[in-house]
Design a protein around this ligand. Structure first.
Ligand code: SF4
Length: 170
């Protein structure tokens, strides 16, 4: 199951910036927002393959930034690899091209997503800001509802560090 991430308040970090590209990993962040709001992961006939709670969050973030006079854009890449921690060279090249028009990049993802973005943009002046924080690993039962809705049920957030520490005991 995906990492459980929660959005951070990044208002202060954006004070000096006039443009921001929101780079979203399309796996863990949508699952996190859907589970936090107890809403569907996928509601295919209403929103396609996009997660409603996550799309609403990104839409609201974009509106808020634009109201502050910050030009915004959104970058997500699904193919050939949807996970930002495994984006291909081609996907990273597309991000580099897109980010050249912005002075900062907000990473909606984990530290590994941030690493992908920082490595990709290391030769640019773009500031990379992590906009989510890791709180654990999601554990859930995937449930299907007619006609094509997916939900995460029986949710739990597992503390990865505690589990690792227990396993390392002799
Ligand atoms: S980059 Fe992070 S948030 Fe995205 S899929 Fe990989 S582990 Fe999940």
């Amino acid at each position: 199951m995906p990492l459980h991430l929660e959005p951070l308040n990044i208002s202060d970090e954006l004070q000096e910036h006039s443009s921001a590209l929101i780079v979203t990993c399309p796996i863990c962040p949508p699952a996190s927002l859907a589970s936090d709001s107890d809403s569907p992961l996928i509601d295919f006939f209403k929103r396609g393959i996009k997660t409603p709670a996550y799309e609403d969050f990104i839409g609201e973030l974009t509106r808020t930034l634009e109201q502050r006079g910050i030009k915004t854009g959104v970058f997500t890449s699904y193919l050939p690899s949807p996970i930002a921690c495994g984006w291909t060279k081609g996907q990273r090249k597309r991000l580099l091209k897109r980010a050249r028009n912005f002075d900062t990049v907000l990473v909606m993802g984990c530290e590994s997503a941030r690493y992908t973005v920082e490595e990709t943009l290391k030769d640019t002046d773009c500031e990379v800001i992590l906009a989510m924080r890791f709180v654990g690993i999601t554990n859930a039962s995937l449930t299907f509802e007619f006609p094509f809705t997916l939900r995460l049920g029986d949710l739990a957030c597992v503390d990865a560090n505690q589990q690792a520490a227990q396993e390392l005991k002799p």
